[in-house]
Design a protein around this ligand. Sequence first.
Ligand SMILES: *Cc1c(COP(=O)(O)O)cnc(C)c1O
Length: 223
Amino acid sequence: MDVTQNLQQIQTEMKAACQKSNRNFEEITIIGVTKYVTIERTREALQSGIINLGENRLEGFREKYQHFGNEAIWHFIGSLQTRKVKDIIDKIDYLHSLDRLSLAEEIEKRAQKPVKCFVQVNVSGEESKHGLKPDEVMSFINDIAHLTKISVVGLMTMAPNTDDKELLHNVFRELRILRDKVKESNLQHAPCEFLSMGMSNDYPIAIEEGATHVRIGSKLVGS
Ligand SMILES: *Cc1c(COP(=O)(O)O)cnc(C)c1O
């Protein structure tokens, strides 16, 4: 399937999820995750109208950025080693994996301008997953209030790889409730309007629970 066909199918399902949850389709951003695919396939994604691209590794990001630097809005969605911050921080538009103070402090030191960050939360509690525990999020956000280069625009999570729909609803709902709590705190450095959640297997459920940014790889650019 070409990317345009995949995108049409995804958008149809997104619209159905919006209708079900009484949401506005226009407020949801699709991030095309190109980590598995070639430059050619990435170009196809851009041509199909995807302008937000996500990469989870430095090498992949570099390669795609070299080709399409000016043509896309760049989301770094993988965990970021502190010592790699300086290499990418001024090239990306959004970081989805802010999960520790040392990383925030390195960004403060290296970034030329404020960076739009999602705080990554390990809602499911799986050991393999990065992110803060839900009950650590509020104090973490308070701890970075003095950093002038960090703007917490939202929260991000990765759900378990499962077909258990109820579990998925619960994970996404918990992140939304946490987002609401941060947002209602009215912190200047943490407007926290957004929810980055939902991937190829679970984006309709994430949208029903309030996702504003879905990160879709295999279903969009896979074969
Ligand atoms: C790979 C990846 C995705 C996309 O995964 P698919 O299942 O292929 O849609 C989304 N978010 C993160 C953080 C990823 O690493």
